[in-house]
Design a protein around this ligand. Structure first.
Ligand SMILES: C[S@@+](CC[C@H](N)C(=O)[O-])C[C@H]1O[C@@H](n2cnc3c(N)ncnc32)[C@H](O)[C@@H]1O
Length: 229
């Protein structure tokens, strides 16, 4: 998978993309992530990328020109790869991100993520450049950089071979519309709190049954909407 991210704050990405599992995934060539500074695509000599909204109002809006130019440049650079490109606009009005959407996107070979900022992005980007709009929840952030990082993080861990133990994907929350069962590790008793005996029994069948039951119980308690689905 290849992911290109267009942003006016490229330096925000380093600390997240160059650590832990995402870093390892890149080192192992499971994913290639390129960060593009939107200001590199402006025709303005002061590298200006925003302007006041038509019709008045507060704040600034990202102009269409640099974004269209950035997407065109990225697409032409990777033409040789012949993979279909999906352009995603991060915005609070988009489809709310969930594991199903992540699974769908994880099958894409090439994604371009556009991060908005200030009051947002000129509507013509949404109209004729974006294939999908994704929101990470019903709240408003200052920019699309954190949402882009959230999306990259949950996508990368689904790429085969990225997580060490492939079973860790099978029993996770939201797989099969269930939340994960409770997890415990050593010590078996901590501050007077014990671990369910079945987990210490070594009986794998019983453990599996207990986990299924707990996952269902937990989902009914915490997210009855998932059980309904
Ligand atoms: C301050 S927000 C703009 C909000 C816009 N004025 C509105 O009311 O819909 C600036 C940028 O942050 C990003 N953003 C903010 N909240 C987001 C969310 N929940 N999910 C995805 N992106 C978000 C988008 O890229 C957006 O263009």
């Amino acid at each position: 998978m290849r992911i290109d991210i267009i942003t006016i704050f490229p330096e925000m990405f380093g600390p997240v993309l160059n650590e832990s599992i995402i870093k390892r995934a890149q080192t192992k060539n499971k994913v290639k992530i390129y960060i593009h500074d939107l200001r590199d695509y402006t025709l303005d000599k002061h590298r200006k990328v925003d302007d006041r909204p038509f019709g008045g109002g507060s704040g600034m809006v990202l102009q269409p020109e640099p974004i269209f130019r950035a997407v065109k440049a990225i697409k032409s650079k990777i033409k040789s790869l012949k993979s279909k490109v999906t352009v995603i606009l991060l915005c609070p009005q988009g489809a709310k991100l969930d594991q199903k959407i992540v699974q769908g996107l994880s099958k894409c070979k090439h994604l371009i993520l556009i991060c908005g900022h200030y009051e947002g992005i000129d509507e013509r980007v949404r109209q004729s450049l974006a294939d999908k709009e994704i929101s990470i929840g019903d709240y408003v952030l200052t920019g699309g950089e954190l949402p882009a990082m959230v999306l990259v993080d949950c996508l990368v861990r689904l790429i085969p071979g990225v997580l060490g133990d492939k079973n860790s994907l099978n029993f996770e929350s939201f797989e099969g519309n269930l939340l994960e069962y409770p997890q415990y590790t050593r010590p078996a008793v901590y501050r007077g709190m014990g671990v369910p005996k079945v987990l210490l029994s070594g009986d794998h069948k019983k453990i599996e049954a207990w986990r299924k039951q707990e996952a269902l119980k937990r989902t009914r308690q915490k997210r009855p909407d998932l059980v309904k689905n």
